[in-house]
Every structure is written in structure tokens, then in C-alpha cells.
Design a protein around this ligand. Structure first.
Ligand code: HPA
Length: 267
């Protein structure tokens, strides 16, 4: 596995040496244009998994934001596509070997907490892993990190503070919440959402948690920003649809893009 990770990192190193990586999720892949960007499709990076879902482009770009070299991953692979969790987090491990220190994860989510509305941007303060698995299961990659990584401050409080500050300066409202990851691909039932709320979840989605775990294992600092695309099942009076998710994220993309552009120099 380490050899595969190192090969992919060597391929990406030809694009540059970023210290910040940003993963753009469902409907968000176009929010962050880079200056002078060099791109590689997932399929052209040795060992990278192949995404299959609509709205996920599947490319890695390296370029500059305010003079800072940044890597942007447009699209991701999900557990529900059939990939093992180790494959889902493969890109994150590659970025760690490449020298990335800060990982920004974005996603689309359903709002569980009362008061959340479609279009809200929410900084993840913590997560609940209900995927039924952990990407670190199996032999520990000791070159990357320890067997039993601490997850106390998985979502870096200082990075969150800077994100709130930048959002405030831009007049963008950001909230905070706990994200619960389910496997999908079916959306939740109303009973599941009531259960998740009782567990302490504010948001529900099908990504981000594996990547955050792998990033913490490898010592990366993590900031995660969720775009609430819909009220979760039963909270919303209407059925859920992937099209709705894509439409709301596209509508919110401009604001998220402005936030990321202003924030990146400060990460
Ligand atoms: N549930 C799970 N994942 C999601 C949702 C949802 O309601 N909305 C966007 N991603």
C-alpha cells in the first residue's frame, strides 16, 4: 500500500508541492478556480480510485491562490459506490505523503438540527461514524501515523476559528454542527433521522468521515465545511432527491468559493 501511495504522490509532485488540499464534494467541484492550474484526472494518477457518481468530476488540480500553492480535488469516491474505505481515503494519504499539512473537506449534507435550512454553510465541529467500518482497519501504515490515533479535536478548533473570522469579514453566515456519516446510497428514513438527532447529530451525509479519520491518522489538520442541501428525511415535508442536492450546492457555490479564496492564505 505504501508503495502505491508513494507512486501516486510522485505523479502529483510533478504538478507542485502544495501544503493545503481542498476536497470539493457534490455539486461543488467548480467553486475554486486556481491560478495557473495544472490538472490530472483521477484515471491518470497511478492507483487513484475511479468515481462513478453524477456531479463528481474526478480530477486533481494544483495551482495558486494568493501566491499559495493549493491542491484541489474535484469530486471524490464514496463508500456507497462499492469502494473499500481504504480506497476512499487513498487520495488523502497521497496528499499526506506529498507534504500537505492542512486538509479542507467539503460536502453536501441533510440538516437534522432544528434551525438549519437548505443553503446553510456549516463548519463541522465533530463527527459520528456510522459507516460500520474504519478506513484504518487492517495493518497500520506506521510511516503515516500511529495505530490508535486520537480523535479528540479531529476538526481543528483553530482552523474553525479562522474560518468563522473570514466568513464574518465577508458577511457570510456559517454555523457549526456535528456530522453523522451513513453509508447511503439510500437516504435515511424519518425514524433514522430521529435516532440520529437523539445521538447528537446536526447533519447527515455519506462522505467526509473516512477522509477526516485518515487525515488525522497522518497528522494533517482538518477543516470541514458542509453545505446543507436539504432538510433530512421527516424534517422535510417533501421527498429527497439528488437533483435537489446538486441544485442547492450550485446555488451556494459562489459563497463557498469566496470563503475558501479568502481563507486559504490564512490556513
Ligand atoms: N442524507 C444523506 N446525505 C445527504 C443528504 C441527506 O439528506 N443530503 C445531502 N447528502
Amino acid at each position: 500500500m505504501m508503495e502505491r501511495i508513494e507512486q501516486a504522490a510522485a505523479a502529483l509532485a510533478r504538478l507542485g508541492r502544495p501544503e493545503v488540499a481542498v476536497v470539493l464534494g457534490s455539486g461543488l467541484s467548480q467553486v475554486l478556480p486556481l491560478q495557473g492550474e495544472r490538472t490530472l484526472r483521477f484515471s491518470d494518477i497511478p492507483g487513484f480510485p475511479a468515481p462513478t457518481v453524477a456531479g463528481h468530476a474526478g480530477e486533481v488540480a494544483v495551482g495558486e491562490v494568493s501566491g499559495r500553492t493549493v491542491l484541489v480535488q474535484r469530486g471524490r469516491v464514496h463508500y456507497y459506490e462499492g469502494h473499500e474505505l481504504g480506497e476512499v481515503v487513498f487520495p488523502v494519504r497521497v496528499y499526506a505523503v506529498l507534504g500537505v499539512k492542512v486538509l479542507v473537506l467539503t460536502n453536501a449534507s441533510g440538516g437534522i438540527a432544528f434551525g438549519l435550512e437548505p443553503g446553510d454553510l456549516v463548519l463541522l465541529s465533530d463527527h459520528i461514524n456510522l459507516l460500520g467500518g474504519n478506513p484504518l482497519r487492517g495493518p497500520n501504515l506506521a510511516q503515516l501515523g500511529p495505530r490508535f490515533p486520537d480523535m479528540t479535536a479531529a476538526y481543528d478548533p483553530e482552523l474553525r476559528r479562522r474560518a468563522r473570522e473570514v466568513a464574518w469579514d465577508l458577511g457570510i453566515t456559517v454555523k457549526e454542527g456535528v456530522y453523522l456519516a451513513t453509508t447511503g446510497p439510500s437516504y435515511e428514513t424519518p425514524a433514522e433521522i430521529r435516532a440520529f438527532r437523539a445521538l447528537g447529530a446536526d447533519l447527515v451525509g455519506m462522505s467526509t468521515v473516512p477522509e477526516a479519520i485518515a487525515a488525522r491518522h497522518a497528522g494533517l489538520r482538518v477543516l470541514a465545511i458542509s453545505c446543507v442541501t436539504n432538510l433530512a428525511a421527516g424534517v422535510s415535508p417533501t421527498p429527497l432527491s439528488h437533483e435537489e442536492v446538486i441544485v442547492i450546492t450550485r446555488r451556494k457555490a459562489g459563497e463557498l468559493g469566496r470563503l475558501l479564496l479568502a481563507l486559504i492564505p490564512k490556513l
